[in-house]
Design a protein. Sequence first.
Length: 495
Amino acid sequence: MDPLDHQNKDNALRQPGAILLISCYELGHQPHGITLPMGFLERAGYLPDGMDISVEEFDLEKITRARFIGISVPMHTALRLGVQVAERIREVHPECHICFYGLYASLNADYLLQHVADSVIGGEYESPLVALIESLERGDSAQIEGVGRQGRTADPFLKRLAFTVPSRSRLPGLEKYARLEYGSNRSLAGYVEASRGCLHQCLHCPIVPVYEGRFFVVPEEIVLEDIRRLVRSGATHITFGDPDFLNGPGHSLSIVRSMHDEFPQLTFDFTAKVEHILKHRSLFPELGKLGCVFMVSAVESLSDTVLGHLEKGHTRADVSSAVAIVREAGIAFRPSLVSFTPWTTLDDYIDLFEFVEAEGLIDSVDPVQYTIRLLIPPGSALLSLPAIQPFLGSLDQTAFTYRWNHSDPRMDVLHQAVAASVEEAASTDEEPMVTFYRLRTFACAARGDRQSDSVPSTPRPERNCPPRLTEPWFCCAEPTKSQLVALQIRSHGSV
């Protein structure tokens, strides 16, 4: 029986802190996986508390006070860390209800319900989350749409929500999170979402098996009010965290026009597919004038073979065109990559470095991008691809991914070397150019190239790095050893 069933007749869940929402990692920004559901819960009359373990200590007092703990898992790293947090919660407070919610909760529902969770919610999870808590408060055990519980499966909830403004009062301030680095200045950055889900169905994307080509817009007035509150909190830059900001270009453009009218000095960034850059190239000059200083695009690979297997919808030639379109608008282009796939050859990997150098993108690529290895979570659309079968191993459930081995053993050895090197570089805030040339040296050595490929001996004069956020890691990267160790120290050092 659920530990909360039949024991909430005194409205215990209405007490301050009886509901606790936890985030473990959200790319260095104030976690939307807490702020938005908090808004929903407060509107329903609850007084939830929050904890962001990426920047806060594991607060034992908050844990033991809570009767319901929700753990936000919007990405792979968050899930890996979140399971460790749940295991620690079970040790110190076994009677509370633990709910995992978010994109990776759906993909891994079976394991979570068997090992650490009382409930799991995916898709548009905010309304089901409130409904679950109301059900627990009543002490009933009725099936709730979108909520999986032990012995009961549930599909992701994919209905339009009645959105409310995110609530940020129970989280650390913006100064605790990643900042916009632009030239010699570092400024506070806020994070909002104008839409969720995605129209497209790239085979490797974890959004696809959950949203299945659907996306939902957040009402413009909600997004703008959220931005106003962030500006009052000191933000001078806004990240639009939509999976693809140009899924609904009219909606997105209307928001940034209104934002610019109200806050003309506010800058912003967003993410969009290469395909959308080409399709909506006419929008980019205006986006630059409205304050966009950089954009992220899921390039993933420069190999047309790899791009074809992933069904990305663009080619290598399209990437060059997209870089030119974005730059011409005065916007910095920052690619994200899946540098290691079963089909990526050593020549492909070295070609990536040559392309980045030739396009002048060395300072625009976060070094972690050179280490990203294809993740294949349970339910991935890749599992139905015949081309993946020769490489595919078994599901490593505790790592939440299917294992695969490259046909060229040099690639797996190289991945281990570059991953360790980049983690070390991130810990010392090493200049991207230095990391870039070291990684390229590793790759050339793996191929047996004899020529020296070290960092140029003459420093670049008056280096002017393109704008970026200061968070060095990425959603599709495995958690680092330092992240895992830091979590263990926080959670056990507080006891």
